[in-house]
Design a protein around this ligand. Structure first.
Ligand code: MG
Ligand code: ZN
Length: 224
């Protein structure tokens, strides 16, 4: 039992080193990378598709999609007209830095401004595997319940933005927004928070504005 801990620590350490290498490559090629995480069914792909539609006239985009087996989500991303690469994790329930490192050569990074990663739907291990991105984004959703920050603290602690999707369903669910936000605030004070509905488009203006601010700040400093 005492032997297992160092092994796990080494795995995370090796992953962190590769994530840093990914980050260096992204910085050198002036590419802002976003990692979207969510539980299955939160509407992550729908949120990403709306985000791509909002950004694609302003920036040169590319995406990679981590999926257990299918290419369904990558196909939906490719349908927006941006270059998309599928990472088949072969049953692994998260992306890690090696998978991203192997996918990066398939993307024309010097001619891409924003690189969107769709992680595997899972609230547990994706939080433990840094990919080297500039921001980690969590997509939560109303039907999942208002207790998720309390149940998955590592995930909620490690992100730079939180979208609460499916807010059009708030009248039909016993979801206490104050309780949810209190849990988030305790774990990640001041976290950028966006209540949205991928179905109606509600709330996305604020998310796009915030995200563009992050991208533009990065591209400006990376310019010099
Ligand atoms: Mg670039
Ligand atoms: Zn996993």
């Amino acid at each position: 039992m005492t032997r297992k801990v160092p092994v796990v620590e080494n795995i995370f350490k090796a992953n962190d080193q590769l994530a840093q290498a990914n980050r260096n490559l992204l910085d050198q090629t002036r590419t802002f990378a976003i990692n979207f995480m969510a539980s299955p069914g939160a509407g992550k792909t729908s949120v990403i598709l709306r985000t791509i539609e909002a950004l694609k006239d302003k920036y040169r985009l590319a995406g990679i999609d981590g999926d257990l087996a299918s290419t369904l989500d990558a196909d939906r991303i490719a349908a927006t007209g941006i270059p998309a690469v599928q990472i088949n994790t072969g049953g692994t329930c998260h992306l890690d830095a090696v998978m991203v490192q192997n996918a990066l050569p398939k993307i024309d990074l010097p001619n891409i401004d924003v690189f969107i990663i769709e992680n595997v739907g899972n609230l547990i291990c994706p939080a433990n595997f840094a990919l080297g991105v500039h921001i980690n984004v969590l997509v939560a959703s109303v039907p999942e319940g208002d207790d998720k920050p309390y149940k998955y603290p590592t995930m909620y602690r490690g992100v730079q933005a939180l979208l609460l999707n499916k807010v059009d369903l708030l009248p039909y669910f016993d979801f206490d927004l104050d309780y949810f936000r209190k849990g988030v605030e305790a774990l990640n004070p001041g976290l950028a928070f966006f209540p949205v509905s991928a179905k109606t488009g509600e709330g996305f203006g604020e998310w796009f504005a915030w995200l563009q601010g992050q991208i533009d700040a990065f591209l400006q400093t990376a310019n010099g």
